[in-house]
Design a protein around this ligand. Structure first.
Ligand SMILES: [Zn+2]
Length: 205
């Protein structure tokens, strides 16, 4: 097994070579790195006894590990066996793909690599990749909208600017920019917001 580890300053500039090197290692090591990157949780409390759950190996599972708490010989604690998926409540929860595939697709999406390249590189079907990229986009939309809702208020002056947002639809090889984003700065607090709109008509504003 190839040993793989991160130095703290490497995580902001993770590259493709590092990712492939990581994927060549054992599942537990991949999980460790995803935990370190805060893409998977490092711990969970058991909802029954409120103690830390353990990450245990289950060879039949695709992720090979799951969270577990088993208590059956402790007089003070109700006998129980609780399991929790590694993915529950994480970025990976919505996908049937492997942890490695999700990580790779997310990396490609963030880097805005061409769809043709992604399909050739991953050999995942275009439908699956398309669905996944839509999921990434919608997730970002939700974050932007949540941020916008948190600021403003009465008597605050908001400066607004508009710009095309790189939300892209692929039609063949052609990229089409569909969304505009209105951004504003609250002069009182200095906070800013971004508000995505489908088109530039007055009704949308
Ligand atoms: Zn427990």
């Amino acid at each position: 097994m190839t040993h793989f580890s991160y130095k703290r300053d490497e995580t902001s500039s993770i590259n493709l070579q590092q990712l492939y090197r990581l994927f060549d290692t054992e599942k537990r090591n991949i999980i460790n790195v995803l935990q370190y990157l805060k893409l998977l949780s490092q711990s969970y409390r058991c909802p029954v006894c409120n103690q830390d759950m353990k990450l245990v190996e289950r060879t039949q599972l695709k992720d090979r590990y799951e969270w577990q708490c088993t208590k059956n010989n402790d007089r003070d604690i109700l006998e129980h066996h609780v399991v929790r998926s590694l993915r529950e409540g994480t970025w990976f929860s919505q996908s049937e793909l492997t942890l490695e595939q999700v990580t790779l697709l997310t990396y490609f999406w963030v880097k805005e690599l061409p769809l043709k390249f992604v399909l050739e590189e991953t050999r995942i079907s275009s439908g699956t990749v398309g669905d996944y990229f839509i999921y990434c986009r919608e997730f970002c939309d939700i974050i932007l909208t949540q941020k916008e809702n948190k600021i403003g208020g009465e008597k605050h002056i908001i400066e607004i600017e508009e710009s095309p947002f790189p939300k892209r639809e692929y039609h063949g090889d052609k990229r089409i920019y569909k969304k505009w984003v209105y951004g504003g700065v609250d002069r009182e607090t200095g906070e800013c917001f971004l508000h995505p709109v489908e088109n530039k008509s007055a009704a949308a504003l």
